[in-house]
Design a protein. Structure first.
Length: 202
């Protein structure tokens, strides 16, 4: 199965994608966030994706995370994957309750190692918060420059809604509502995928 996992900042998509790929035995394609930001047309991330899909491990399927972030990128991605015979089957859009999402984004910090934004997370242990993605220390991000959290979330929601409409018209959309409890969220995604597979041959 070839999947594309999408969601708003603060949803925990990077960690969910990693653990879903591990549990399902699928290759993980985690597109670098900065590359996706810098390449509006999507050429830089696409080069990474198509190169990784040349790996024999991708023949059994993959989980793509971090791309696309806009409708033009989605269209470019579809054309590129079709050319190499690796179109993904489903775009899985994960949605977290708005109040929880806003609290997570307000408490977000940047990873000192991989640069990803993550919520302050200690896993119940004493000490400094660690990145959900790579485990490195999180540092306080600056709130002085640029748009505020509400503006960033609103912009991300507009792009995600356009992507949802695009994939819905192709019958490739799977919406999954989560609660913010990580293991329960992962199980919810797995159950939704199993239900979809029972009703549609994938």
């Amino acid at each position: 199965m070839r999947l594309n996992l999408l969601g708003l900042p603060g949803t925990g998509i990077a960690r969910l994608a990693r653990e879903l790929s591990q549990s399902a035995g699928l290759m993980l394609l985690n597109v670098d966030q900065q590359a996706a930001d810098d390449a509006i047309s999507g050429e830089a991330p696409l080069a990474t994706i198509t190169r990784e899909l040349a790996d024999t491990a991708a023949r059994d399927g993959f989980v793509l995370q971090g791309f696309p972030q806009s409708l033009p990128q989605a269209q470019t991605l579809d054309r590129a994957l079709a050319m190499i015979g690796q179109p993904f089957h489903l775009a899985v859009i994960v949605r977290l309750e708005t109040g929880i999402l806003r609290r997570r984004v307000r408490s977000s910090r940047q990873c000192s190692q991989c640069g990803e934004l993550s919520t302050a997370y200690t896993d119940g242990a004493p000490g400094k918060p660690a990145c959900l993605d790579c485990g490195a220390e999180l540092t306080e991000g600056s709130q002085d420059d640029g748009p505020d959290d509400e503006d960033l979330l609103a912009a991300a929601e507009r792009h995600l809604s356009r992507l949802a409409k695009y994939y819905r018209t192709q019958n490739r959309l799977l919406n999954v509502d989560i609660t913010g409890e990580h293991q329960a969220d992962l199980d919810c995604i797995k159950n939704a995928l199993q239900t979809r597979m029972r009703h549609h041959q994938i």
